[in-house]
Design a protein around this ligand. Structure first.
Ligand code: MN
Length: 414
């Protein structure tokens, strides 16, 4: 069926109730930005809908938990929906885990341009423009606990552009076989496309990352549909702050000023890529050499972090360094393991515990009596494998530093 071209916007997982977490310290100048982050990103989603002249907006769940968001959440959304109504933009909303339709407070009546998909069974709406049907939307609210039942969704029998709207996961093949033109999915915070031809199944992700694992730019998806019913997605960034994880490699010849230069260059490149965005950067330093050993010992690391924060973190937008970690991936040299020295004995003992994971470390027996029931005792009870592995590696590195000679990485002789 030939159609008139149109555009719609797909977004989900605003999580208006939550502020970013994962910062050990919150700097004063970033506090207001953090509190408002989810709202400012959501506002950018609605601004995008208006600026891009979309016909309608699809919200695929996890927009807000209004018990936790307080009155601010529903008041904000009601205001944004009214803005969209002024621009003749309809909203189709399927609830997810935190926003079942019945949780919406009665004190904020939803305007007529907002269409809700109830839970329980799929509901259909046909979207019209000037009395012409443009799209059929088939959707359901759901908490994502069980897989989507794709079989409940059917495309328009006369070929009208058909969109499935739902929260949660499903097999790409099970979705694709239904013959819908577009699946507007929600619940994944990272943007994901399950398939893109024929038809599209897409989870647009959250418009704002809220912890160090939700890295990089986030945004919403604009879908353009042409006369033949073919659709094309484009991404529009909305994140107010962006989490990044960056690695710097130092070599044996480097001094402090070289590392500062590397960090400066990297941070300038990141800022140029996202000029309007606050950046929250977790640094990781890898490599080897005297400077690397000095960084491992801590004081220089703290100084570098302070320097980064003062040099780049206090402006607006802020390029804030969240942490600066030293990678402990460097291997123990084989020659050192074979040495007939105290260091060699020590490294072989560590290696023994690394390879015999069933042998307990029994660090408690090394504690003084006064510490047997204290905090130190808890810290030495290492019962999971990844922690055991990390502790043993740290012990090997520390041994090389304290027992090693001139030839070793961090050898410091008295
Ligand atoms: Mn979510």
């Amino acid at each position: 069926m030939p159609n008139r071209p149109f555009r719609f916007l797909h977004s989900s997982d605003f999580h208006l109730e939550s502020v970013p977490y994962g910062l050990a310290e919150v700097p004063d100048h970033l506090r207001d930005t953090l509190i408002d982050t989810a709202y400012r990103a959501a506002q950018r989603v609605f601004d995008t809908a208006i600026n891009e002249h979309v016909s309608f907006v699809i919200l695929s769940g996890d927009i807000l938990n209004n018990h936790q968001a307080g009155l601010r959440g529903p008041a904000f959304l009601a205001q944004q929906f009214a803005r969209l109504a002024e621009h003749h933009i309809t909203v189709f909303w399927a609830g997810g885990r935190i926003d079942p339709p019945e949780a919406w407070p009665a004190a904020f009546p939803l305007p007529d341009n907002v269409k809700i998909f109830p839970g329980g069974r799929v509901t259909e709406f046909v979207y019209h423009e000037e009395d012409m049907p443009l799209a059929r939307l088939v959707g359901i609210s759901g908490d994502g606990a069980s897989k989507l039942n794709a079989g409940d969704f059917s495309p328009d029998p006369a070929g009208l552009f058909s969109i499935g709207v739902a929260y949660g996961t499903a097999d790409a093949a099970a979705l694709q076989v239904r013959g819908m033109h577009y699946w507007a999915l929600g619940g994944q915070h990272a943007r994901t496309t399950l398939y893109s031809s024929p038809g599209i199944a897409h989870d647009c992700g959250t418009p704002q990352g809220r912890d160090p694992d939700e890295r990089g730019p986030h945004g919403c998806t604009i879908v353009g549909v042409d006369e033949a019913g073919r659709s094309r997605m484009s991404f529009s960034t909305t994140s107010v702050l962006e989490w990044l994880s960056e690695t710097i490699v130092v070599d044996t010849s480097m001094r402090r000023e070289n590392v500062e230069h590397l960090l400066t260059e990297r941070i300038r490149a990141l800022a140029a890529r996202s000029p309007q965005t606050n950046l929250l950067i977790s640094w990781s330093i890898a490599g080897s050499g005297p400077l690397f050993s000095e960084l491992r010992r801590g004081k220089l690391r703290a100084e570098l972090l302070d320097w980064l924060r003062i040099e780049f973190g206090l402006g607006s937008p802020s390029l804030w360094s969240v942490a600066l970690e030293i990678e402990s991936q460097s291997a123990v040299p084989a020659a050192m393991l074979e040495q007939q020295t105290i260091l060699g004995d020590f490294l072989r003992a560590v290696r023994h515990f690394e390879t015999h994971t069933d042998e307990p470390l029994d660090l408690q027996s090394l504690l003084a009596e006064a510490h047997i029931s204290g905090v130190l005792a808890q810290a030495t009870a290492i019962d999971d494998l990844p922690t055991r592995k990390r502790v043993l590696h740290e012990a090997a590195m520390l041994g090389m530093e304290l027992l090693g000679g001139d030839s070793t990485d961090g050898g410091r002789h008295a």
